[in-house]
Design a protein around this ligand. Sequence first.
Ligand SMILES: O=c1ccn([C@@H]2O[C@H](COP(=O)(O)OP(=O)(O)O[C@H]3O[C@H](CO)[C@@H](O)[C@H](O)[C@H]3O)[C@@H](O)[C@H]2O)c(=O)[nH]1
Length: 469
Amino acid sequence: MSSTDSAHILVFPYPAQGHMLALLDLTHQLAIRGLTITVVVTPKNLPILNPLLSQHPSIQTLVLPLPPHPSIPPGVENVKDLGNQGNFAIMSALGALYHPIAHWFNSHPSPPVAILSDFFLGWTHHLALHLAVPRIVFYSSGAFLVSVLNYIWHNLRTVRTLSSVAAFPDLPNSPSFPSDHLPSVFRRYRESEPDSEFMKNGMIANISSWGCVFNTLDDLEGNYLDHFRKEMGHSRVWAVGPLCGLDSGAGPAERGGPSAVLASDVMTWLDGCPDESVVYVCFGSQVLLTGPQMEALAAGLERSGTRFIWVVKVADGYGVVPDGFEDRVGGRGMVIRGWAAQVPILSHGAVGGFLSHCGWNSVLEGIVAGVMLLAWPMEADQFVNARLMVEEMGAAVRVCEGRDTVPDSAELARTIADSMGGTRPEKVQAKVIHEKALASVREGGSSLRDLDGLVKELHGLHGRRVTGG
Ligand SMILES: O=c1ccn([C@@H]2O[C@H](COP(=O)(O)OP(=O)(O)O[C@H]3O[C@H](CO)[C@@H](O)[C@H](O)[C@H]3O)[C@@H](O)[C@H]2O)c(=O)[nH]1
């Protein structure tokens, strides 16, 4: 199909690995289904698109410099270099791309018929209204989290005045959370502070957008999706996940960047381990551990007697792997300093557990791999995700919680050894969800059906004007 006879979509990922990689997985799916695509990206994030662009040379990029912001050091364009606290500044800085994008759009011979953009780019709703095209929100987090957030923005004063526990009586299962477990975008929000207000307005704009896509599935979050659909009052809510369970086609070993240790070397090491004997430890792309946390985790892994792969993010002022640790654990463990090929590692039959911060992508990748999660939620949506997996799904074990908490290493060692050794009910349940997740992205599955529905809707926009929402 040529670019003139297929719908042209503008895809705008948010520059954080946990947001971007999943939207690029979706972009790949849209490209193989014949849509014409332009991706908005800043120069330093362009290499993250390499696997996608080499697979689909027809995908165009709109490369725009990141507008300056006083809280963003020169040269920084991705949240991985700032941590979670950098989100508001990056969101605000990107907001200044409104006019450059509008200008590009208005001078394009065959401009996009829709904008598909991350939920941290809520302002693109107004851009889409201005350009008279529909905007579709991509939620890189789950429907439970988004339901919690929507409740918060609608009941801001009430939730802010609650002291220690916040209840969500309108949501399925009426959950409640200690207030320090609420999503970071809310906890970091300060009334009248410009970047905070910009973020909040963007979140509210998401609710009015024409449609939305979730990287989730009915069998995991059907109750929250139903609740959300009711709140939206329309059916343009597509649950297409787990996107990592569809053929990524984008060379998973290079997903997000080159691996610090050659992926083939890691695979060879795993080949020498018995089935489901290895616990994979990684806390996503943003979290850095303090010195005491690193020591406790190292001691826990050492005392557990379990095989492991530990991915350590390194930065000045944060913890390091204790001296002599690797000699003491001998061939039983592998430490990867920097970026790891997470998806291929998890999919290896030798991996049986995943000690994770419960970032949404890690949760889904663990499910697709059929490994049990050992949950250590720290910030953002992670407490909500952990609750879903531990309490509601019964498919994960909680090992620690909190961004600053230092786990007790003896207890950590026991939990790791116990989880990896025995046949816990959570392990069995993780396999049940794994099967359901794989079925959802196979022929006849709910997520594939929704993906086809989304694609049909996008193709249908070609030559038609649908705006607002
Ligand atoms: O060494 C690494 C580290 C991460 N990843 C990948 O990077 C992504 C990380 O995403 P996620 O597990 O969701 O963690 P974060 O990077 O922390 O993601 C942010 O964005 C997510 C989506 O909104 C939220 O759920 C998280 O809480 C938030 O911290 C995943 O696809 C991983 O496979 C690698 O491939 N190699």
